[in-house]
Design a protein around this ligand. Sequence first.
Ligand code: NAP
Length: 306
Amino acid sequence: MSKAVQFDHFGDVKVLHLVDVPMPQVSPGRVVVEVRAAGINPGEISIRTGAMEGIFPTHFPSGEGSDFSGVVVAVGPNVTDFKVADAVLGWTNERASHATHLSVPTSHLVRKPSKLSWEVAGSLYVAGLAAWASVEAIEPANGETVVVSGAAGGVGSFAVQLLLLQGARVLAIASARNHSWLKELGAVPVAYGEGLKDRLKALAPEGIDAWIDVFGKGYVELATSLGVDPARINTTIDFQGAKKVGAKTLGTQSVASAEVLGALADLVASGKIQVPIAATYPLDRVQDAFRQLEKRQTRGKIVLVN
Ligand SMILES: NC(=O)c1ccc[n+]([C@@H]2O[C@H](COP(=O)([O-])OP(=O)(O)OC[C@H]3O[C@@H](n4cnc5c(N)ncnc54)[C@H](OP(=O)(O)O)[C@@H]3O)[C@@H](O)[C@H]2O)c1
């Protein structure tokens, strides 16, 4: 048997349970991975509470989780690109990574660079590719001023660093406890709350060129009120706000490929991008892991480990 996180009705964290399930099987083009680490993401909260039911329908009992790193323990017929004992990272679209084992097509895998820890490798896909898509969407030019709202979280911390690598000046909206870290990365930290609009105007007297929003709750509206061209705003969460003004809503799925995931893994392995691991939890404490994520004060990633 293997173990997997499941829920059999919508609800709060208490519906999440670790259950014994049959060992996943290989099939043509697929391998079975023994999971070492699996990042958790806010989208999983929306799926579990039913808030995303219109977009991503759920069949009960449902597993969860997209991100993972681990070791290949069985390979299916016709698999030539991966073998038993390979260390890998990847993703599943089958809500299956919060588990001890999963079956996955090899097209969703890349080799784990040896310099990446299991925790970091298992946290890259959802947040990292959402940031990658956001940066591609706004096409930053060298020296441009770009705001990131939600700068210290899972997606924001990748977005800030990808923008800096492209030569942008990054105004990073976050609370005070994250300011020194954002400054060390090379960004200009900006506190959210009362007076934010004036602080941004003072920091960008010539105007703001582009905006990546990963927090929602009015930041798209703020961006347009500060004169940012909607074609240069991307939000990963405020779909209604984006629709109103014609802003972009590219996210993880827009760039989902082993090629992009591999490129991101290489940037992290080479030290060009840091991935702070805010906390790790064993699989049987999945409820606690989501309790922490739901506070929405994570720097970097929270990860389930086996
Ligand atoms: N469309 C997609 O493909 C896609 C993919 C991934 C994620 N998402 C969505 O993108 C959003 C971000 O995900 P995530 O993983 O980055 O979440 P997260 O890690 O939970 O984000 C936490 C961050 O939010 C910041 N924050 C809290 N209150 C804020 C405020 N009032 N203003 C600005 N920032 C604030 C916190 O900063 P402080 O600690 O400094 O307060 C913290 O760093 C989620 O809504 C998620 O569902 C979408």
